[in-house]
Structure formats: structure tokens, C-alpha cells
Write a protein that binds this ligand. Structure first.
Ligand SMILES: CCCCCCCCCCCCCCCCCCCCCCCC(=O)SCCNC(=O)CCNC(=O)[C@H](O)C(C)(C)COP(=O)(O)OP(=O)(O)OC[C@H]1O[C@@H](n2cnc3c(N)ncnc32)[C@H](O)[C@@H]1OP(=O)(O)O
Ligand SMILES: NC(=O)C1=CN([C@@H]2O[C@H](COP(=O)(O)OP(=O)(O)OC[C@H]3O[C@@H](n4cnc5c(N)ncnc54)[C@H](OP(=O)(O)O)[C@@H]3O)[C@@H](O)[C@H]2O)C=CC1
Length: 515
């Protein structure tokens, strides 16, 4: 019997960010392994015209939850969506709901955050710092609370090269920032933001670091743990391989590469690609929840959910496997044949951007205009290049994350728990994982049918022929222009033609002699 699964039985669990990538996989695993849990409270806001109930209905009826329905048929009754907007100071939770949360909650998983790199400082602080403080305040009023698990990111200290499982101090007190945001106006905040974040690459990682400090400062006598995942990728094993549902992190770039839009990336091929499957992160979260509640460590423990020091893979290996998978299982209606170039050189990167990205986009837009359609490729290309440039920081550096606590926890688990809540990334076969990942992007993000693969392959063949034809035509045009304008080009041309002529004459003469 799994001790971890048994621990969550009969428990009331509060999850923030349950509608997000990590939150959904967390709920799925909880329901599947502990179907006898009492209730999962989720703090949700209405979004995109959908009510809370519609959002929950959509999640529970998705492919991800198919297995859950077999083991926990009454899953609908065990999930309680509570209206909450974490960007409001009191979350906007009703009095009755608040009362229920405070009196019943046993375990909290705080996943909600803004993960946008370019968010405004005000919004990012509100969500990643102030909301964390507010939730901790709520937690301190929960008599039945056994554990508070805060999800941070391995990049919250990405201004350092070697990162231990400790909370690092920030140059500015979070409280001072929260207070000053109350009276500064937006224009001034955006002006001071770059000075505040110093050597952090973006607002997101900076505010996640502040969030950790808040956790440390407001921990009171709570049992708290922090989990720091690196780049969270598609599922490795559970509930099935390759599940993914948003374009964050590598996902959007895999689409852009598979559709032939993105053919070069400013990346350091030998840098560690610290991806971690989402189900591995979730298994660690559940194990940490159990350990924190049962063993009550004296201080707040930090757990790294990273792959680099246990089973490293680099961007080159990853890229090659992504491309190999595109060959086997191509995406439909590609713009160009997938091809990619990782370069860490600025000049080469600019060159590829001009030749491989911007020029084809302009040419295609001209074609659209000529055929009476609205041009759109240049806009799309600019969007992709902007996203790629936002991610560049993370694909041109390597970090070392120590994993003592994570390994310690692994050794504390029973063999059954090590199997059911496996977070040992050493067992991951990267080539297999990446292939399933790309397949998952095709199936679950692009919603493409496997039956379309032969047609997609045909399409790529046509693109290859167009590519050869285009290059040949381009070469001939350029050459013709050169010959018309340059004496040197004419001399070279004369030399080549006379050389070919002599070669052919010699060949013909020698074959005549043999006869
Ligand atoms: C040797 C041969 C090599 C061959 C290689 C070939 C293979 C290539 C694939 C390999 C993949 C390598 C990729 C490496 C990626 C590394 C990622 C590192 C990330 C580290 C993060 C740290 C971990 C975390 O803690 S945070 C979680 C991650 N957070 C994010 O990823 C958020 C990032 N996104 C943003 O901040 C914004 O979206 C931003 C700033 C990028 C763009 O903002 P903007 O306002 O301009 O646009 P949006 O309105 O947000 O979106 C517009 C449009 O773009 C789509 N989109 C959004 N994100 C992405 C994306 N990542 N990739 C592609 N497209 C994206 C979005 O859906 C919108 O589309 P619409 O159709 O307009 O709706
Ligand atoms: N994905 C990754 O690569 C990594 C993620 N992490 C961390 O993991 C956690 C989860 O990330 P992930 O699942 O990928 O992120 P998502 O963007 O997929 O999910 C974010 C969640 O936060 C919720 N949320 C955002 N704003 C509010 C708000 N104002 N009120 C209520 N809820 C809100 C979102 O709700 P809604 O659906 O309504 O928008 C959503 O459920 C985050 O803390 C992130 O920092 C750490 C490392 C890597």
C-alpha cells in the first residue's frame, strides 16, 4: 500500500492555479491515486466567457481525466470550485467560502502565478508575491492545516551559477516593494523595474525570488516546503506520455520549428537543457506534501525538481531528436521543411534571422498580396522571433542545481511509493521522452490526426522540390545579373564553359578510341 496515497485519503486539499498546466496534472494524479480524498478546493476565476463550473466541466471532460473517471466516478462531487481572483487583495472570496476553507483545509498546494516574462511589475508582484503572502496569512488561520507546498521555479536565483536548496536573500525587502507599489503610479513603476530586477533576466524570475522570501518571512509555525521545477515539459509516463496543453516554454518553439517557421535559434548547443516532465514534478509535490505533514522538518525545506545534475541532456541532443521526430511524424501544412540551426554567435544568428526567417516571410506575404489575400506571415514571424528572443537567456547558459533534499526524500520513500510517485529523473530515456513530447504536441496541442501523416509527408516532399527549384532559379538569376555587369564574372563563366567543353571533348575522344 502506498503511504503517500493513503495520506491524502480523507483529506481536504486546497489548490491554487488548478486550471494551469501543473495544477491539472496535480489534480489528476490526486484523484487517481487517492480516490477516497474528501475534497479538492480550487481557487478559480471566470475566464474567456466561461463560468467556474464550465471551466471545471471542461477540465474533467478532457482526455487528461479519462483514467480518473474509471477509478473515481464521482470526481465531479469531490471538486469544489471557489471564486477567487488572486490579483485582488482579499482574493474576492465570499465569507462563507472563506469560512469553509479556513476550517477544513488540510494541505495547500500553491501553484498559481503569472508566468509571463514580460508582465508588468505591479501585476507580477501582486500575483507572485502579495498573493503568496495573503495565502500564507490564510494558512496561519487554518487549524487543520498539515502542510503548505509553495511552487517556485529553479530560475528564481538564475543570477547565480550554482544554486543550493536554500532560500537566498533578495537585494530589496519584498515588503518594501509591495508597499511602494501602493503609491507609485504605473509609469514610474515600469521605469524603475529594470533597476530593481538588476541581474535577473525578467520580472517573472525576480518576483518568484521575492515570493520565496515572503514564504520564509511569513512561515510562522506552518509546515512549509518550496519546490523549484526547472523547465516543465510534457508528461513522461502518467496518465499517458506526451500530454501537454499550452504553448509556454519549449512547446511553442517546437510548434514553430515543426511547422517550418523557426529554422534557427540563438542557443548554446552544449548548454544543459534542463527539462523536467510535469508528472515528475507532480509526483515530487505529492511526496513533499506527505513528508512535510508527517515528518514536520524543523525548517522550510527547498526541493529542486531538475534534471541537469542527475540525467543531463543538452540542447544539441534535444534539437537533433526533435528534428528526427519531425521526419517520422511531421506536422501538417508546414510552411517550410523543418530544419534548424543552433548558433551561439550573434552575427550568425542575425544572418539566419534575415535569410531563414524574415526574407521567406516577406516573399510569402508578397505572394499573398498578389493573390488578393491579407498578408500575415511577417507579423507571425515577428511574434515567433520575439518569443524566441525572450527565451534565449535560458538556452544559452547552464546552471548547477544541487538536489540533496530531493534525493533524501527519494530514499525516504517505500519501494511502493518510489514506484507510484516516481520522481527519479535518472530513469528517464531522453530520446524516447522527446519523441513522445513532439507526438504529444502534435496530438494534444495542434489536435492533428495521425491519419494525416502520409499527406504531411507528401507535403514536405513538395516543399523540398519547391525549395530546390527556388534555389536553382535564384542562382541562375543572380548569375545572369553578375555576368551582365562584371567582367570578372564573365571571365569565370568563360573559364567554366571552356573547361566543361574540353572535358566533354576529351571524354568523347577517349570513348571513341576504346571502340
Ligand atoms: C542541432 C539542431 C537543432 C534543432 C532544433 C529544433 C528544435 C527546436 C525546438 C527546441 C526547443 C527549444 C526551446 C527552448 C525553450 C526554453 C524555454 C525556457 C523557459 C525557461 C523558463 C523558466 C521556467 C519557468 O519557471 S516559467 C514557465 C514558462 N513561461 C513561459 O514560457 C512564458 C513565456 N511567454 C511569455 O512570457 C509571453 O508569451 C511572451 C513574452 C513570450 C510573448 O508575449 P506577447 O505579448 O508578445 O505575446 P502573447 O500574447 O503572450 O502570445 C502571442 C502569441 O504567441 C503565442 N505564444 C506564447 N508563448 C509562446 C511560446 N513560448 N512559443 C510560441 N508561441 C507562443 C501565443 O499563444 C499567442 O498566439 P495567438 O495565436 O496570438 O493566441
Ligand atoms: N511551466 C513551467 O515551465 C514552470 C512553472 N513553474 C511554476 O509552476 C507554477 C504553475 O505553473 P504553470 O502551471 O506552468 O502555469 P500556468 O500559466 O499554466 O497556470 C497558472 C495558474 O495560475 C492561475 N492564475 C493566474 N492568475 C490568477 C489570478 N489572478 N487569480 C486566480 N488564479 C490565477 C491561472 O488561472 P487561469 O487559468 O484563470 O489563468 C492558472 O491556473 C507556477 O508557480 C510557476 O511559476 C516553475 C517552473 C517552470
Amino acid at each position: 500500500m502506498s503511504m503517500i496515497a493513503a495520506f491524502y485519503g480523507g483529506k481536504s486539499i486546497l489548490i491554487t492555479g488548478a486550471t494551469g498546466f501543473l495544477g491539472k496534472v496535480l489534480m489528476e494524479k490526486l484523484f487517481r491515486t487517492s480516490p477516497d480524498l474528501k475534497v479538492i478546493y480550487i481557487l478559480v476565476r471566470p475566464k474567456a466567457g466561461q463560468t467556474l463550473q464550465q471551466r471545471v466541466f471542461q477540465i474533467l471532460n478532457s482526455k487528461l481525466f479519462e483514467k480518473v473517471k474509471e477509478v473515481c466516478p464521482n470526481v465531479h462531487e469531490k471538486i469544489r470550485a471557489i471564486y477567487a481572483d488572486l490579483s485582488q487583495n482579499d482574493f474576492g472570496i465570499s465569507k462563507e467560502d472563506m469560512q469553509e476553507l479556513l476550517s477544513c483545509t488540510n494541505v495547500i498546494f500553491h501553484c498559481a502565478a503569472t508566468v509571463r516574462f514580460d508582465d508588468t511589475l505591479r501585476h507580477a508582484v501582486q500575483l507572485n508575491v502579495t498573493a503568496t503572502r495573503q495565502l500564507l496569512l490564510m494558512a496561519s488561520q487554518m487549524p487543520k492545516l498539515e502542510a503548505f507546498i509553495h511552487i517556485s521555479t529553479a530560475y528564481s536565483n538564475c543570477n547565480l551559477k550554482h544554486i543550493d536548496e536554500v532560500i537566498y536573500p533578495c537585494p530589496v525587502e519584498p515588503k518594501k516593494i509591495i508597499d511602494s507599489l501602493e503609491w507609485l503610479d504605473d509609469a514610474i513603476i515600469e521605469e524603475i523595474a529594470p533597476k530593481l530586477i538588476r541581474d535577473w533576466p525578467n520580472i517573472y524570475t525576480y518576483t518568484k525570488a521575492l515570493g520565496e522570501m515572503v514564504v520564509q518571512q511569513e512561515s510562522r509555525n506552518l509546515n512549509i516546503a518550496i519546490i523549484r521545477p526547472s523547465i516543465v515539459g510534457a508528461t513522461w509516463q502518467e496518465p499517458f506520455p506526451g500530454w501537454v496543453d499550452n504553448v509556454n516554454g519549449p512547446n511553442g518553439l517546437i510548434i514553430a520549428a515543426g511547422k517550418g517557421f523557426l529554422r534557427a535559434l540563438k542557443a548554446t548547443p552544449k548548454a544543459v537543457a534542463d527539462l523536467i516532465p510535469v508528472d515528475t514534478v507532480v509526483n515530487l509535490m505529492l511526496a513533499v506534501g506527505w513528508y512535510t505533514a508527517v515528518h514536520r522538518p524543523k525548517s522550510t525545506l527547498v526541493y529542486h525538481s531538475t534534471s541537469g545534475n542527475l540525467n543531463p541532456c543538452n540542447w544539441h541532443k534535444m534539437g537533433v531528436q526533435v528534428l528526427a521526430t519531425f521526419e517520422k511524424i511531421p506536422f501538417e501544412r508546414a510552411f517550410r521543411r523543418p530544419y534548424a540551426n543552433f548558433t551561439s554567435n550573434n552575427f550568425t544568428s542575425q544572418y539566419w534571422n534575415a535569410v531563414s526567417h524574415r526574407a521567406p516571410a516577406i516573399i510569402y506575404d508578397c505572394y499573398l498580396r498578389l493573390t488578393g489575400r491579407k498578408p500575415r506571415m511577417t507579423k507571425l514571424m515577428n511574434q515567433i522571433l520575439r518569443t524566441a528572443s525572450m527565451l534565449e537567456y535560458f538556452i544559452n547558459r547552464s546552471w548547477e542545481w544541487s538536489t540533496y533534499n530531493t534525493e533524501m526524500l527519494m530514499s525516504e520513500l517505500s519501494p511502493e511509493d518510489q514506484r507510484v510517485f516516481n520522481f527519479d529523473v535518472r530513469q528517464l530515456n531522453w530520446l524516447e521522452y522527446i519523441e513522445n513530447y513532439v507526438l504529444g504536441v502534435k496530438k494534444y496541442l495542434l489536435k492533428e490526426d495521425m491519419a494525416g501523416i502520409p499527406e504531411a509527408k507528401q507535403h514536405l516532399k513538395r516543399l523540398r522540390n519547391i525549395h530546390y527549384l527556388f534555389n536553382t532559379a535564384l542562382f541562375l538569376i543572380v548569375w545572369r545579373l553578375l555576368i551582365a555587369r562584371s567582367q570578372m564574372a564573365r571571365n569565370v563563366w568563360f573559364f567554366i564553359v571552356s573547361f566543361c567543353y574540353k572535358f566533354l571533348s576529351y571524354f568523347r575522344a577517349s570513348s571513341t578510341l576504346k571502340v
